[in-house]
Design a protein around this ligand. Structure first.
Ligand code: ADP
Length: 333
């Protein structure tokens, strides 16, 4: 794993669970999405029905899993958590479905990675709350009808485009998560700091927010590293701006929150291709990364920040991108 990757790192799982917001009141940012979901939840509660199926999409670390937990709490139901690659066979899905109580939530992370047969079983489960399975083999094979309680499927994905149309159409609610602004990330840091009983000054939490690539997971991770520095270098352990800047520089996070891979992408495109257009596969090959990693984790933030553009002929570095690296474009002769 790359140090600043927005993807979850194995040692973070327990820690993330301990700082995860549990209610909408605790869930920072994503205001529009929250307002909308609150309406659907209130309506479902008033009608005493299960919530419609929800698809949440957006880059890693923005709070998709957290939001699902919040939805479960607000609906007062249980949540079962799994992921696309973890459900290998239809039997695995059946086990999960069998454990659901009426109204419960089944959360499937990386839902675009479900095996085809599992996905097909999900269609009737989602639409009619039932599945038909074949039991036995050859002569003895017979269909068995398996009714399910009404439940809510929440699917999360970094790549909505990779979802098949029939699956996508079975979600009544589609939520698009956006990158957080620096004030929202400051609040994430302040909240985590409070949970950890540490003291952080306002300008320091804002600095972490500014340099977190719009991503709460990164904000929390940078906060923990900065806190280590304060513990070692500050007598009162207080996290101030200068120790924050020092730590973030050591961590190779620049003032715009770009990490070393982000900068490498821009550098490579400028140095060898004069800023592009460059094809995605060329960029990926040069960095020894796969194309989906670049496309899902790095590119969206670089585009959102205006450093990179997608064109039909490939990716190009913008003037802002050149400027950020202190480089200039070679003019065509
Ligand atoms: P995803 O499922 O999108 O990869 P997670 O839900 O696992 O992201 O969130 C990553 C981390 O960021 C968690 O530790 C969570 O506590 C924190 N986090 C995410 N969204 C928020 C939010 N809106 N407010 C506060 N903390 C958040």
């Amino acid at each position: 794993f790359h140090e600043n990757s927005p993807e979850k790192q194995p040692e973070e799982i327990a820690m993330e669970a301990s700082i995860r917001p549990q209610t909408f009141a605790d869930y920072i940012g994503q205001a529009e999405l929250k307002t909308e979901l609150q309406v659907y939840i209130s309506a479902a509660l008033a009608r005493d029905e299960s919530l419609d199926h929800v698809l949440i999409y957006g880059p890693p670390g923005l709070g998709k899993t957290t939001l699902s937990t919040v939805i479960a709490n607000e609906m007062h139901v249980n949540i079962q958590t799994t992921s696309g690659p973890a459900i290998e066979k239809t039997g695995d899905l059946l086990v999960l479905l069998n454990e659901l109580e009426p109204g419960d939530i089944l959360f499937i992370d990386e839902i675009h990675r479900l095996p085809r047969q599992v996905e097909e079983m999900l269609y009737s489960a989602m639409e009619d709350f039932q599945v038909d399975i074949i039991i036995g083999q050859d002569e003895g094979a017979h269909p068995v009808h398996f009714p399910l309680p009404p439940f809510t499927l929440i699917g999360a994905t970094t790549r909505p485009g990779a979802l098949s149309a029939p699956l996508r159409h079975r979600f009544g609610i589609v939520s698009h998560m956006r990158y957080y602004n620096q004030e929202e990330l400051q609040q994430v840091v302040q909240r985590t700091s409070h949970v950890f009983h540490s003291q952080i000054l306002d300008d320091a939490s804002l600095e972490i927010g500014r340099r977190s690539r719009g991503t709460p997971r990164i904000a929390n991770r940078l906060f923990r590293r900065v806190r280590d520095f304060a513990q070692v270098y500050r007598q009162d352990d207080c996290i101030d701006l200068s120790i924050t800047q020092e730590a973030l520089n050591v961590l190779n996070v620049d003032e715009c929150g770009l990490d070393s891979i982000d900068r490498k992408i821009l550098q490579l495109m400028i140095q060898f291709y004069n800023g592009g257009p460059v094809g995605l596969s060329t960029i990926a090959a040069n960095l020894s990364e796969d194309t989906t990693t670049i496309e899902d984790m790095y590119e969206p933030y670089l585009i959102q920040q205006g450093f990179l553009q997608r064109t039909p002929r490939g990716r190009i570095v913008t003037d802002k991108g050149f400027k950020h690296l202190g480089l200039t474009k070679q003019e065509d002769r």
